[in-house]
Ligand binder design. Structure first.
Ligand code: PGA
Length: 252
């Protein structure tokens, strides 16, 4: 798979005026040769969906309920997201695992709910610093991935996996290229045991990706793109990251 996927994760940022300015700039400078999605807070899905209508950037959300409907105050179902033509949804982000106590099983069921409504889940996995330093990183990743396989045996081929080491998120401290490739390869081998064609599943890296590190990270053999937090909130760095993805796909 040659084209890279760059996904903006706005987290809990934005307002209607800023969203429009940011997206106008991004749409004006988006290079060809890269797939792009913007995952926005729920209230802005209609606004951003309208701005992106007919354009080359896909609409995404940052969470989805594992349930299809009913008495779940504050939750949003996959069918509701699909109703707003959402194509991607982040599930199992480490901030939700930590702050909302989402277990591996819940994450798996959320991914299944997303797939059931025709959305592509971007499933985040990654270890904390303590887990890495104690040598438990692979064990943690395996637990997170296995929980996914339990829920999605026949649909795994359609997910996107994002490796986001918790210690690299929002810290300005991206993992080194060697550290990233080692884990991406680990994920690829895991996929090879569970899906027909592991090379067709996109694996992203996320965690303090910046314009100056993007090119090297996207050039790694098992990197199919990136999940971008802080650097997606300004047009210039985000576009530079998208250009790095487009050019690394051309030269691979
Ligand atoms: P960051 O966030 O790029 O700000 O580190 C990435 C993420 O949390 O998805």
């Amino acid at each position: 798979m040659k084209r890279k996927l760059v996904v903006a994760n706005w987290k809990m940022n934005g307002d209607r005026a800023r969203n429009r300015v940011l997206l106008d700039y991004i749409l004006g400078g988006m290079p060809s040769g890269v797939d792009c999605a913007v995952c926005v807070p729920f209230p802005y899905l209609p606004q951003v969906g309208e701005i992106l209508e007919g354009r080359a950037i896909a609409l995404g959300a940052q969470d989805v309920s594992e349930f299809s409907g009913g008495a779940y105050t504050g939750d949003v179902s996959a069918a509701m997201l699909a109703d707003w033509r959402v194509r991607f949804v982040v599930v199992g982000h480490s901030e939700r695992r930590a702050l909302h106590l989402e277990s591996d099983d819940v994450v798996g069921r959320k991914a299944a709910a997303a797939l059931g409504s025709g959305l592509t889940p971007i499933v985040c996995v990654g270890e904390t610093l303590a887990e890495r330093e104690s040598g438990a990183a692979e064990q943690v990743l395996l637990r997170q991935l296995d929980a996914l396989a339990a829920v999605l045996p026949s649909e795994l081929q359609r997910v996107v996996v994002a490796y986001e080491p918790v210690w690299a998120i929002g810290t300005g401290r991206a993992a080194t290229a060697e550290q990233v490739q080692e884990v991406l390869y680990f994920v690829r081998r895991w996929l090879a045991r569970h899906v027909e064609d592991a090379n067709q599943v996109r694996i992203l890296y996320g965690g303090s990706v910046k314009p100056d590190t993007a090119r090297q990270l996207f050039g790694l053999p098992d990197a199919n793109g990136g999940l971008i937090g802080g650097a997606s909130l300004e047009a210039q760095p985000f576009l530079e990251i998208c250009r790095a993805a487009a050019s690394s796909a051309r030269s691979s």
